[in-house]
Design a protein around this ligand. Structure first.
Ligand SMILES: Cc1ncc(COP(=O)(O)O)c(C=O)c1O
Length: 278
């Protein structure tokens, strides 16, 4: 079942408003939340980020209490088994209005929510994936989790057309992140990742991994790094709600480190595994 603007729809029932600004302008925000064994993992962190995205775009959204209640109802309506790994998708657009560029006043936001079964990327996490470098042509407010995903989608498409799994994005030679995940590089036993500026999404998994690394005594540097640096890294991995901690073992056709999943990423994966079940 899909929850759209206060009502429930079956997947084959139309629930779309043609003049929703989400469709016409990408004028809305979203979150993807992991459901492990029937519970919403890091729900509060997703709420905090959603509220921040809304504030940045002057978007009115339902209260956290209201969203939490609807999310619980979504879990019931979507008939997920309690042992099933899944995701909850939540989207809030500014609302429905005559097509106009300035933000219309007096319109109601449209909330869409649903949950779907989604297994964890076990094979990718164990064996690693391949990536290429692609120009980061997205807008300059990547810190807002907005519905404008065409830049990221296009980059991922280019990766797929080159028969690899992921695109590592860079702006003028400075590496930012992946298409729907943050990027970490390991060099001389230190962890590097782009600082949480407007050029990347402030990933919740990124923050968790930084904390887990610190707990393990692995130094973390939130510093921008270059394409050359990433191509000489000992280990590379991406982090995200659905990708969790996925190693990159090949970049631009060349092996990363010795081409095997590295020891630091393994330690972090183990710590993350304990974190999600704790
Ligand atoms: C561009 C981008 N970076 C990073 C992430 C990872 O964020 P999180 O760990 O909160 O899922 C995402 C997730 O969708 C993303 O779209």
């Amino acid at each position: 079942m899909y929850y759209v603007d206060g009502a429930w729809y079956k997947p084959d029932e139309p629930a779309i408003f043609p003049e929703d600004r989400g469709y016409q302008f990408g004028d809305g925000i979203y979150e993807v939340v992991r459901i492990y064994h029937g519970y919403l993992y890091q729900w509060d962190d997703h709420m905090i980020r959603l509220e921040r995205s809304a504030k940045e775009l002057s978007l009115t959204i339902p209260s956290r209490k209201e969203l939490t209640e609807i999310a619980q109802e979504v879990l019931r309506q979507c008939f997920l088994e309690s042992s099933e790994d899944a995701i909850l998708y939540m989207q809030i657009t500014r609302g429905v209005s005559d097509r106009q560029f300035p933000f219309p006043s007096n319109i109601r936001p449209v909330l869409t929510m649903y949950a779907k079964s989604k297994s964890r990327p076990i094979q990718q996490m164990q064996s690693g994936v391949r990536a290429v470098l692609i120009d980061d042509i997205r807008w300059l407010r990547c810190d807002i989790k907005s519905l404008n995903l065409l830049g990221a989608s296009w980059a991922k498409q280019q990766a797929v057309e080159q028969s690899v799994d992921e695109a590592i994005l860079h702006r003028n030679g400075t590496v930012t992140e992946a298409t729907s995940a943050n990027l970490f590089a390991v060099k001389n036993d230190k962890l590097y990742t782009h600082p949480a500026t407007n050029l990347i999404l402030h990933g919740i998994t990124r923050q968790t991994v930084i904390q887990l690394a610190k707990n393990l005594g692995i130094p973390v540097l939130e510093e921008a790094f270059s394409v050359n640096f990433v191509q000489s890294a000992d280990e590379l991995f991406i982090t995200g709600t659905t990708s969790e901690i996925t190693p990159i073992v090949e970049l631009q056709g060349a092996r990363v480190g010795d081409g095997q999943v590295g020891s630091i990423v393994r330690r972090l994966q183990e710590a993350f595994e304990n974190h999600i079940i704790s």
